[in-house]
Design a protein around this ligand. Structure first.
Ligand SMILES: Cc1cc2nc3c(=O)[nH]c(=O)nc-3n(C[C@H](O)[C@H](O)[C@H](O)COP(=O)(O)OP(=O)(O)OC[C@H]3O[C@@H](n4cnc5c(N)ncnc54)[C@H](O)[C@@H]3O)c2cc1C
Ligand code: FES
Length: 347
């Protein structure tokens, strides 16, 4: 895997617990990315290397710098490190942009209504998509439906206001679970995102015939939006979603117990203990092996390894990404099923 080194040129406090980090584009070889993709950052913290993906909040050809926006996860190693420790002029190692949560320009016409559904930090790729679509004139109308606790926790309020002021074909709905201002505005609603309410208004405006939907937020949001869209007959191919975190069903772990696993990287074999509930990737990282990975949600293929012997169960992966050979497994989502597992990782 090729790595780049980027220089931090700006840090902007978005809310009490979210910051935007701006990186300078390299002078010679610019980093190309698509709106909705993510950048994978690597840090060495307390002697161990940590790798985490962050969606671009900047938009290509709109923003000069490469920007990611990070929300603090309580107890989270990397989000807290970025928010508390990273400063201007730091150099950060990154992987090339990845991700398929992107504007599908092939099926978007000048009439297509682009609807962006997000909550909390899930706004980041949606912001990139919104800015790009509006500035480049892609699609017809762009609607953002954004859920937060209250006005103080809204990331990018200024940018959302600027898009509303600058583009007549942009509208934003805000849902706040703790509404702290008087709702004189029909687009500011108390409670969690209610897809049926938004879609009912769009229906009366007749704008549901040609729509494309992007969802980024907790699993509950994805499920409720998908259910509401499906009830209206909006096809799956026009509905895209991005997961920041994988939610695994405890029932899937029936039959998984702690087992020893042989892992060979760079010609060196190590036997690791995969404690029940930990993926083979997590167990190898805990054992101090420098493993390749990025998303940890079964999407990017970076963690793939060859299963030479034994059997594993892949858990939490809805659909296997293209490009996996029959003997390859995604180690971030693989859990041991037998005692004779041998895995080889080509770096
Ligand atoms: C494709 C992709 C894009 C992403 N884009 C962004 C982004 O734009 N902005 C952003 O802030 N984050 C984003 N994330 C999440 C980010 O990569 C990290 O997972 C997150 O910052 C937590 O890392 P950590 O090291 O602080 O927490 P860890 O130390 O890894 O985890 C600590 C605990 O928090 C839980 N946890 C992990 N991730 C989350 C989460 N996202 N929300 C709540 N609990 C969590 C874990 O289960 C664990 O119990 C993205 C993730 C993916 C897969
Ligand atoms: S780390 Fe991305 S698929 Fe496993």
């Amino acid at each position: 895997m090729q790595f780049f080194t980027l220089k931090v040129v700006g840090i902007h406090q978005e809310t009490e617990d979210a910051v935007t980090v701006s990186f300078k584009q390299p002078g010679l070889k610019k980093i190309k990315y698509l709106p909705g993709q993510y950048l994978t950052l690597t840090f060495r913290i307390n002697g161990r290397r940590y790798i985490r993906p962050y969606s671009f909040s900047s938009a290509p050809a709109v923003d000069a710098n490469l920007e990611v926006t990070v929300k603090r996860v309580p107890g989270g190693i990397v989000s807290n490190h970025i928010i508390d420790k990273v400063k201007i002029d730091d150099l950060v190692e990154v992987m090339p942009p990845m991700g398929d949560f992107i504007l599908n320009e092939e099926i978007i016409t000048t009439e297509t209504h682009i609807v962006l559904w997000g909550a909390g930090s899930g706004i980041t790729p949606l912001m990139s998509i919104a800015k790009y679509a509006l500035h480049k004139g892609i699609g017809g109308h762009v609607t953002l439906v954004y859920g937060n606790r209250n006005a103080e926790s809204v990331i990018f309020q200024d940018q959302i206001n600027a898009l509303s002021a600058g583009f007549q074909n942009f509208s934003a709905w805000h849902f706040h679970t703790q509404l702290s201002v008087s709702p004189g505005n029909p687009y500011l609603v108390q409670g969690r995102i209610d897809p049926n309410k938004v879609l009912a208004v769009m229906h009366t405006e007749g704008v549901l015939d040609d729509t494309i939907h992007y969802i980024c937020g907790p699993a509950g949001l994805k499920e409720s939006v998908k259910a509401a869209l499906s009830a209206l007959g909006i096809e799956g191919k026009n509905v895209y979603s991005e997961d920041f975190e994988v939610v695994r069903n405890p029932a899937d772990f029936d039959g998984i117990v702690t087992r020893m696993v042989g892992v060979t990287t760079n010609g060196e074999r190590t036997v690791i203990e995969a404690v029940k509930g930990k993926s083979i990737l997590e167990a190898a990282l805990d054992a101090g092996i420098d493993m390749p990975y990025s998303c940890q949600t079964g999407n990017c293929l970076v963690c793939k390894g060859r299963l030479l012997k034994g059997d594993v169960k892949m858990i939490g992966v809805e659909k296997l990404p293209d490009g996996l050979q029959p003997d390859e497994r995604l180690l971030c989502s693989s859990f041991p099923l037998t005692d004779d597992i041998e895995i080889q990782v080509d770096q």
